[in-house]
Design a protein around this ligand. Structure first.
Ligand code: SF4
Length: 319
């Protein structure tokens, strides 16, 4: 049995997932040929890393151990994770550190805006840890961060990837009022797997949250994603597509789940690229404006290019 310590950000070293330490190891099959990524060693990668460190920021790229970090950071695309590096939930798929987070950093919105400016980003993606400890789940901090980026980089379009604000009355409305260009909230998996994969969340609450965004402000693009390879059935993926379309969601992402450590949920299957292609085709027929489905698809991967295509798709839509 292995104990995974936090080598990303903890000093002194501590278990990154204390609640998982006593779990039996889970073994995944070896990675197939189609899961290949670029090593993070380019000049652009080093520049991005420097700006992130200088502004004292946390990125989901590092904390979640994203396989695309070499490619994205080379192009100066980083996804900032606000409200700290410690999450109050303990999902079975996620490598973000769990525990009780510290107080919010009131200067973080300005630091994120400054880093966005220095990286010269035309499109920025902001996500966060779950902050169930805060009365508003961090909604006001999200809104302040959007406001700070708008003030410092008025031409930059803003995409947010939020938690579910479960049991936080009025929180969603605060975030929507800040007018992000894209509101993303990931379903992560099919409903039958929520108890084992995403136990702190509720599937229909997440669907309803996405639907509410569109009801409050139909100009905001909505986006959601799932991972496959967690043991779900094809018909369950198709049902998720229908549920998201019922909530008028514009953009669907589907990517392969990769196991961060042996203490996390095992990969049940590596879904071959042609199956992703099949999902993409079906999703378009169900009415999504945009679909990205491939083994290495992640919510924020190519988000800037995808946003441009999303806007073009809406403009081309009849009616
Ligand atoms: S896909 Fe997203 S999380 Fe992964 S490295 Fe790229 S920007 Fe970061």
């Amino acid at each position: 049995m292995v104990v995974v310590v936090d080598t990303v950000s903890a000093t002194p070293l501590r278990p990154r997932h204390p609640e998982k330490v006593n779990r039996p190891d889970a073994f995944s099959p070896p990675k197939p040929d189609w899961i290949r990524v670029r090593a993070p060693n380019s000049r652009g990668y080093a520049d991005t890393r420097k700006i992130v460190r200088e502004n004292g920021l946390v990125t989901v790229c590092e904390e979640a151990g994203c396989p695309n970090i070499g490619e994205c950071w080379d192009k100066k695309h980083a996804t900032f994770m606000i409200m700290g590096d410690t999450c109050t939930r303990a999902c079975a798929f996620c490598n973000v550190k769990t525990g009780m987070p510290g107080a919010l950093d009131a200067l973080e919105p300005e630091h994120v805006a400054e880093a966005t400016f220095k990286l010269g980003l035309a499109h920025i993606v902001i996500t966060s840890v779950d902050r169930d400890d805060l009365a508003d789940g961090g909604a006001a901090h999200f809104a302040q961060t959007i406001g700070a980026i708008r003030a410092r980089c008025p031409a930059t379009t803003i995409e947010i990837l939020t938690p579910d604000f479960l049991r936080k009355e009025g929180a969603l409305e605060v975030v929507v009022a800040a007018k992000p260009d894209v509101f993303n909230h990931n379903l992560e998996t099919v409903p039958s797997h929520y108890l084992t994969v995403r136990p702190g969340a509720r599937y229909f609450h997440s669907i309803r949250l996405l639907q509410r965004v569109k009801e409050i402000d139909p100009t905001i693009f909505t986006k959601s994603g799932i991972m496959v390879g967690l043991g779900e059935e094809r018909h369950e993926v198709l049902q998720v597509m229908d549920d998201l379309r019922s909530a008028d969601v514009d953009f669907l992402t589907i990517g392969q789940y990769l196991q961060p450590t042996r203490k996390h949920h095992a990969v049940m299957r590596y879904v071959p690229p042609d199956e992703f292609g099949g999902y993409e085709k079906v999703a378009y027929t169900k009415g999504f404006l945009m679909v990205s489905a491939s083994p290495l698809t992640r919510s924020s991967h190519h988000a800037g290019d995808d946003f441009a295509r999303l806007r073009a798709a809406r403009a081309a839509k009849p009616g």
